[in-house]
Design a protein around this ligand. Structure first.
Ligand SMILES: [Zn+2]
Ligand SMILES: [Zn+2]
Length: 263
């Protein structure tokens, strides 16, 4: 299984960056995991969007789904997705319509977002939209996708990808410190874990983690490889890595756009 980082920024993009998005590939099957702002343009550097089999959204925050909007426009209005030949493209009677797996309530959220300019059904007509529950196990070609609810400001799911003959990828999505993620990621081959904060939240409920907390979760889960993500270019990368490595007890990587990992 190959994992390519399309975007790793937190809720605001790095310079020239993108928010959360990862391309998962196994045996010719391609899945986009989260599709935050900026991700669609990055995806086009690595894959043809009409060849994406499925998109999986961890939670309904803008930085994890907003580029479903341009993705939907491409699927609906790109010349090669039309039934009649135009602009040098042959027509097609079989336009690409990837499956879009979203948490419960996703359809309504998208309707409200794109309904702001009167396009309520844009996302659900561009994609084959399916809402999942945390206990669902999805199958996308050879990939098995599992979920675990994690504590965050809205219903949020850590996501695992596994396939026979390949390893396990665990993606924590966004969350406060939690034993649920440690349990879900136990012995995983690659843990992509958020390290959003330079210090714990000063007030209110917690919803994110520091690099040191990410390292601690990786150690307790005994993850074989730990990659920090959902981290701004405004945080010092060397500081973040050192903080995480101290708690993890081994080398830690920082996600970088375009980086690819084999699991
Ligand atoms: Zn979030
Ligand atoms: Zn986020």
């Amino acid at each position: 299984m190959q994992v390519t980082v399309l975007g790793k920024s937190p809720a605001w993009q790095d310079a020239d960056g993108a928010c959360s998005g990862y391309l998962i590939e196994e045996a010719g099957v391609r899945v986009v995991l989260d599709c935050g702002n900026g991700v669609f343009g990055k995806l086009r550097r690595f894959a043809d969007y009409v060849e994406i089999d499925a998109v999986v959204i961890s939670h309904l925050h803008a930085d994890h789904f907003l580029d479903l909007v341009p993705f939907s426009y491409a699927l609906k209005y790109a010349p090669r997705q039309q039934p009649v030949a135009v602009g040098g493209w042959p027509g097609t009677d079989d336009p690409a319509r990837p499956v879009l797996h979203v948490p419960e309530g996703g359809r309504d959220v998208f309707r409200r977002v794109v309904g702001a300019w009167g396009s309520e059904d844009l996302v659900e007509t561009a994609f084959e939209l399916r809402e999942y529950r945390p206990d669902h196990v999805l199958e996308v070609g050879p990939l098995r996708v599992r979920f675990r609810e994690v504590p965050h400001f809205t219903q949020t799911h850590a996501v695992e990808f596994a396939a026979d003959g390949a390893g396990r990828l665990t993606y924590g999505a966004d969350h406060s410190p939690t034993d649920d993620l440690v349990d879900f990621a136990r012995d995983t081959d690659l843990l992509l874990i958020e390290a959003t904060l330079p210090r714990p939240e000063r007030e209110g409920p917690r919803g994110h983690m520091t690099p040191a907390e990410a390292g601690d979760h990786g150690r307790r889960a005994q993850a074989r490889r730990l990659v920090l993500t959902h981290i701004s270019d405004e945080l010092d990368a060397d500081w973040a890595r050192a903080e995480a490595e101290r708690e993890f007890g081994g080398p830690v990587e920082l996600a970088r756009e375009g980086a690819a990992y084999t699991v």
